[in-house]
Design a protein around this ligand. Structure first.
Ligand code: UDP
Ligand code: MG
Length: 341
């Protein structure tokens, strides 16, 4: 405990994106069994409570662990609180400081790129998932599973979010064949193999649990607790939730585009029949009059459909664009970790 601690490796880490071998433990220091990865964005009110519950829960597991906090460009005192915690428990704490807000999933990706454990658990900083449930995940892993998802026992969120995520879960399961019962819960455990595979993916926008599910040989799920946010409020607005769900569907499936071409074929087939019918009618009965509003209704419907289709293609094009730019997924301004040298 009394060893001098110096924050090390302070600097720019833009090329952190691509496949990296798992960061190896410093000489003479055995690699931890468990890495806990926690993204933090403006959580100053809840961090003290998190530390107070997380560390005892991990100590109780009786295994070598490390906790990696990623400060995702918080604008409050979160970074300072994390640095303080690092001073208190430097042997098991590491802090990655981003120089801006890059989003929860990229923060977790940075944690994955730097963690050393054989098993990796992700956890939110807001105490919505009890840290004590990590033991449940690890016990399930002992049964030979390489990826453990979680289902919230009693979800403590506002009603519209429960309803919307149920509907979205169903749609996503159909579109992507990824069967995650509860996509919103980030308390999950991954084996080192899965995390290495995820580290090899250079995607800009992704949804980590779905990516892991695709790589997993033997995925399983357990039921975990869910509490109301200890402090602060959700960082996801309706808008960012819609963005996240677009990421989830378009990153894992092109079925929406295929639906569109099928729909286009059906509609043009139907319209062709209508034209034939009108020609026949004209020959047999004579020209029709009126029907103006019916025409409007049909036209508006088709215009709406066309706009949605263009927007959908835009979603994919936008994603392709952000991939081909090859910008860094995140920029690290500093890493606080014990100097073992
Ligand atoms: N988070 C983050 N960057 C962001 C948004 C959120 O690192 O841009 C973190 C946040 O601090 C929390 C976790 O991601 O630890 C989940 O966020 P939140 O609790 O707001 O999401 P919700 O539980 O409402 O889905
Ligand atoms: Mg939350």
């Amino acid at each position: 405990m009394n060893q001098p601690l110096a924050p090390t490796r302070v600097g720019y880490d833009a090329n952190d994106l691509r496949a990296q071998p798992p960061a190896s433990a410093p000489a003479g220091q055995p690699a931890p069994v468990l890495s806990v990865v926690i993204p933090v964005y403006n959580e100053e009110d809840g961090l003290a409570a998190l530390f107070a519950r997380l560390y005892p829960a991990l100590d109780a597991l009786g295994l070598r662990y490390e906790v990696i906090f990623i400060n995702d460009g918080s604008r409050d005192r979160s970074a300072a609180l994390l640095a303080e915690q690092f001073e208190k428990r430097p042997e098991v704490t590491r802090v990655i400081l981003f120089n801006g807000n890059f989003g929860q999933h990229r923060a977790i990706l940075a944690g994955f790129a730097h963690c050393r454990g054989e098993r990796i658990v992700t956890l939110d900083a807001d105490l919505q998932n009890p840290p004590e449930d990590i033991a449940t995940l690890l016990a399930k892993m002992d049964e030979g599973h390489d990826y453990i998802g979680s289902i919230r026992r009693q979800r403590q969120d506002v009603a519209w979010r429960k309803w919307a995520s149920k509907a979205m879960n169903r749609l996503r399961a159909k579109l992507t064949r990824i069967n995650i019962t509860d996509q919103g819960c980030m308390l999950r455990a991954y084996s080192r193999d899965i995390v290495s595979l995820i580290n090899q993916c250079g995607e800009m926008n992704t949804f980590i649990p779905a990516l892991a599910y695709q790589f997993a040989r033997s995925p399983a799920e357990v039921v975990v607790g869910h509490e109301e946010r200890f402090a602060g409020e959700s960082k996801y607005s309706l808008y960012s939730l819609i963005r996240l769900n677009f990421d989830l569907v378009t990153s894992f499936s092109v079925v929406p585009l295929q639906w569109f071409s099928l729909l286009g074929m059906l509609i043009s087939g139907g319209a062709g029949l209508l034209v034939l019918l009108l020609i026949g009618r004209r020959i047999v009965i004579g020209p029709e009059e009126g029907g103006l509003f019916t025409l409007f209704a049909i036209a508006f419907f088709l215009i709406g459909l066309a706009l949605f289709g263009i927007g959908l293609i835009g979603e994919y094009v936008g994603r392709i664009y952000s991939e081909v730019r090859h910008r860094p997924r995140y920029v690290i301004s500093a890493i606080l970790e014990r100097d073992h040298g």
